[in-house]
Design a protein around this ligand. Sequence first.
Ligand SMILES: NC(=O)c1ccc[n+]([C@@H]2O[C@H](COP(=O)([O-])OP(=O)(O)OC[C@H]3O[C@@H](n4cnc5c(N)ncnc54)[C@H](OP(=O)(O)O)[C@@H]3O)[C@@H](O)[C@H]2O)c1
Length: 251
Amino acid sequence: MKIVVIGGSGLIGSKVVNRLRARGHEVIAASPASGINTITGEGLDAALVGTQVVLDVANSPSFEDKAVFDFFQTSGRNLLAAEAKAGVKHHVALSVVGTARLTESGYFRAKIEQERLIRESKMPYTIVHSTQFFEFLGSIAQSGAEGDTVHLSPAFVQPIASDDVAAAVADYTLGSPLNAVVEIAGPERVRLSELVQRFLKASSDSRTVVPDVHARYFGAELKDDTLVPGANPRIGALDFDAWFALPKAPR
Ligand SMILES: NC(=O)c1ccc[n+]([C@@H]2O[C@H](COP(=O)([O-])OP(=O)(O)OC[C@H]3O[C@@H](n4cnc5c(N)ncnc54)[C@H](OP(=O)(O)O)[C@@H]3O)[C@@H](O)[C@H]2O)c1
């Protein structure tokens, strides 16, 4: 089967591309660097010729409110139009658990728009909602950093390793369109502030995490259950300790 992975050079994209190729599929790893750009449309029609499934794991180069909204809106419109023209049979996209609950956040308003365009298109789809990647913990810590302290919400999270995300996304890409959202998460539910403290300590970073219920996550205040999945998510194999022990876990 021919599959195009939009964002195929990214953290998740590169891992999914490897998994799909190992399962015998013809995979194009699409990104601006490879001459395929969903914003300008460059290379898109040519890449989609004969393609059955498109997996969208691209991300915006800028997280500024307007820039990120424009990115997901323009990219989504161009991609879905090109897919319809090429006769693509299944559009799979990666989004975030709790997206619809995060309307205070510019980034998540952009993800809501990305999902709306998919739902309102005629393209059969599967939207995979993942919790936060363990690889993202360093950026989360930086987002709350103030000198020697890090201010973060104590809301619950259930993070997942990027390898487990890639495995799940590869399976959904090879499955039938569900025309629904499916959720994936890690095996442990923990408080964000406590997990980041554990991460900093394991990384020999002496900063202290200060739990603050008003600390914003991508611009939004969190309730205890904002970022956690509902009933029956697919659960990844790696917990924090197993992920941190991996030789290549980014710090
Ligand atoms: N971080 C988290 O915890 C988390 C949790 C759940 C879901 N997600 C979602 O997971 C998805 C993937 O995240 P990631 O961390 O793997 O992303 P990433 O590593 O930042 O990779 C982004 C990819 O998008 C590509 N891209 C950028 N602009 C493009 C364009 N105009 N046309 C085509 N491709 C373009 C990049 O190509 P270049 O390399 O050429 O720039 C790169 O391959 C995102 O949609 C994000 O919302 C993230």
